[in-house]
Design a protein around this ligand. Structure first.
Ligand SMILES: [Zn+2]
Length: 285
């Protein structure tokens, strides 16, 4: 997300908005100010809050407006130097939202699949977006110290995987990188957060920052179109069930977790013992 925001900052800042098209009605979560307020607005900055991208604009009437999007798991942003002249029309297909600049460039927001999670907000203050107001601290901010992490984990009798991916607790690690962090930290995803001692927390803190920094370095300078492939290539265990662990060569396993699944290496993380799939074992009883 950090890299996508940096790429967009290069491309979008200074451009003037011509129009915004809605192709999927459920995508727009706000109605005041209306999208038409973006007409003639200039992009003045680009921000990021966890997984939210913030296009900061100065509207034609002088107001600061924030066009904010959350791409969700299946969403993506595609930049084009030459946008079609015809407005995007609601219909089938992955296109959800289109922004066109006065010079003819712009971007499409698309979402694969049928789950409509991609969201767009037009607000005067980012804190008006519910997911941003409740976002936990950014792990790449200098304020995210070992003590802060210790405070977030202390007394939490929930599995560390759930804590790391919860954007309300720590904003910006998410599902994929929580698998990567736990693999790099050689820690079981099912370990209770409250059971970590001071050394565990310090080691985990270092791994969180190292993992996220490496991801940013790998993708810095890449265009939006190449970021998804680069992210996939940089993952050691997430989404790689059945493949070999790059550290020890054991097979990467998968176990159901909440509404999805997580991937891990038993040799590196759980003393060689595969984690029991609760959903599966319930079915087998
Ligand atoms: Zn391993």
């Amino acid at each position: 997300m950090q890299s996508l925001a940096a790429d967009l900052r290069e491309r979008a800042v200074g451009r003037m908005v011509e129009r915004a098209d809605i192709a999927e009605f459920s995508v727009l979560k706000t109605y005041d100010p209306p999208l038409s307020a973006l007409h003639g607005a200039e992009i003045t900055g680009m921000g990021r809050y966890g997984k939210f991208l913030d296009f900061v604009t100065r509207a034609a009437d002088g107001r600061e407006l924030h066009l904010i999007t959350h791409l969700a798991r299946a969403g993506w942003l595609r930049w084009r130097d030459d946008m079609p002249d015809k407005p995007a029309r609601p219909g089938k297909g992955p296109l959800a939202f289109r922004l066109v600049f006065a010079d003819g460039s712009g971007f499409d927001l698309t979402e694969a699949g049928t789950r409509k999670r991609l969201a767009v907000y037009l607000v005067t203050d980012p804190a008006q977006v519910p997911g941003i107001a409740s976002l936990g601290p950014d792990p790449l901010s200098p304020d995210f110290t070992v003590e802060v992490l210790a405070g977030l984990l202390a007394g939490r009798r929930t599995q560390i995987k759930g804590v790391l991916r919860d954007q309300k607790i720590i904003g910006g690690i998410g599902n994929a990188y929580s698998d990567e962090v736990l693999h790099a930290a050689r820690m079981s995803p099912f370990r209770l957060a409250s059971s970590l001692n001071a050394d565990d927390v310090a080691a985990l803190h270092e791994v969180i920052i190292g993992t996220l920094r490496t991801a940013i370095e790998r993708s810095s300078g890449l265009a939006a179109a190449d970021l998804k492939a680069e992210k996939k290539a940089g993952l050691a265990v997430h989404g790689r069930a059945g493949e070999k662990c790059p550290v020890c060569g054991d097979v990467i396993r998968e176990v159901s977790f909440a509404d999805s699944a997580l991937q891990y290496c038993a040799t590196c993380q759980t003393g060689g013992k595969p984690l029991a799939d609760r959903r599966l074992s319930r079915l087998l009883k």
